[in-house]
Design a protein around this ligand. Structure first.
Ligand code: NAP
Length: 325
């Protein structure tokens, strides 16, 4: 089969379309003829050699796939060749074929295309795990979702709204603000010319928000803590603004804050199966009937993965960038 491979870490041009060894599914896996694969921010880090795949995973990039079942391991009973499936993979999405654990895979609802399905797993499963499992967001509570134009952010806004929360979000430009407005958060702040701490204090009558979904990390820690309410929960899923920061524990104690972290990729197979099962029951029906939508910014041919990476690095996209075959 062919795949996008990475001979040496570096700029987008290091991604090349090459012949690689064919895959054989393990007993509990599906072999999937990939039709579309989602691009994720961490793919850029992996390309630069800063985010190696977990032990045992393929060195081929790509964390989510949608496609057609081509073959099955001997212990798989509930799928047939030709079924349309999608889901999270530990690695290996940028290829003509991928393998996925059969219990982590989900059937694509008839209403969704392969491209839409490939845009769902990382963004929506991450947002669901962060906001609800870790953040314990409840109806009527308030949440600040940073990077509202990101794949995960655009998913999180929709899930939080659907759950009956008041949703605030941040973006870096008026163009992104216009597009994110279509998701109908309660308010959007352009962090280039608005101070989100002041805005949150004003909008919450100085109570702060119950939950923050954060991708920025170090450079936002103090301001995030200032923006939280008493017993607020800060869920850290990305470190785009650095990994280290000084923390004022006095604020943590007095406000009884919780700070929690999440990495999806290294979660156990059991956890990934649980997350997929939960997602399938709770959110997939709402996606199938279009109450919630994967936001697709653009689609590139898989062979042009280098162009897709260069485009993501420009930071002008809103929602997901998808590769198709
Ligand atoms: N922990 C996990 O398991 C997990 C899983 C999936 C994703 N993530 C994390 O979630 C975040 C979003 O991922 P994604 O794939 O959805 O990304 P994405 O679509 O590429 O969006 C990233 C957005 O972050 C904003 N941003 C803020 N500060 C930035 C900076 N210093 N550099 C670049 N962008 C910056 C940008 O929007 P503005 O221009 O509006 O600022 C950008 O559009 C990433 O940090 C990723 O690592 C974590």
């Amino acid at each position: 089969m062919h795949a996008i491979i990475l001979k040496n870490p570096g700029e987008p041009e290091v991604l090349t379309w090459s012949q690689v060894l064919d895959l054989i599914p393990a007993p509990e896996q599906l072999l999937v003829r990939v039709k579309a694969a989602g691009l994720n921010r961490v793919d850029l880090l992996q390309r630069r050699g800063k985010y190696p795949p977990p032990p045992g995973e393929s060195p081929i990039l790509g964390l989510e796939i949608a496609g057609e079942v081509a073959a099955m391991g001997k212990d798989v009973t509930h799928y047939q060749v030709g079924d349309r499936v999608f889901g999270l993979v530990g690695s290996g999405g940028y290829a003509e074929y991928g393998v996925i654990d059969a219990k982590t895979a989900m059937l694509i609802p008839n209403e969704l295309s392969y491209i839409e399905a490939a845009a769902i797993p990382e963004a929506f499963l991450t947002a669901n795990e962060a906001i609800f499992t870790l953040g314990e967001l409840k109806a009527g509570e308030t949440i600040l979702i940073h990077a509202g134009a990101s794949g995960v952010g655009s998913a999180g806004i929709q899930l939080a709204k659907q759950a009956g929360a008041v949703v605030f979000t941040t973006v870096s430009s008026s163009e992104k603000m216009q597009k994110v407005a279509a998701l109908q958060p309660t308010a959007i702040f352009n962090y280039k010319n608005q101070d989100f701490v002041t805005e949150i204090q004003t909008r919450t009558q100085h109570q702060g928000v119950n939950v923050i979904l954060d991708f920025i990390g170090g450079s936002y820690l103090t301001r995030n803590m200032e923006s939280l309410s008493a017993a607020g929960r800060l869920i850290c899923v990305g470190l785009m603004g650095g990994a280290t920061a000084e923390i004022n524990l006095d604020v943590l104690l007095k406000k009884r804050l919780q700070i929690k972290g999440l990495i999806m990729r290294t979660r156990s197979l059991e956890d990934k199966r649980r997350m997929a099962e939960h997602f399938k029951t709770k959110w997939l029906p709402l996606i199938a009937n279009r109450q919630i939508k994967p936001i697709i910014d653009s689609v590139f041919a898989l062979k042009d993965a280098s162009k897709a990476h260069a485009y993501m690095e420009k930071n002008i996209h809103v929602g997901k960038i998808v590769l198709e075959i």
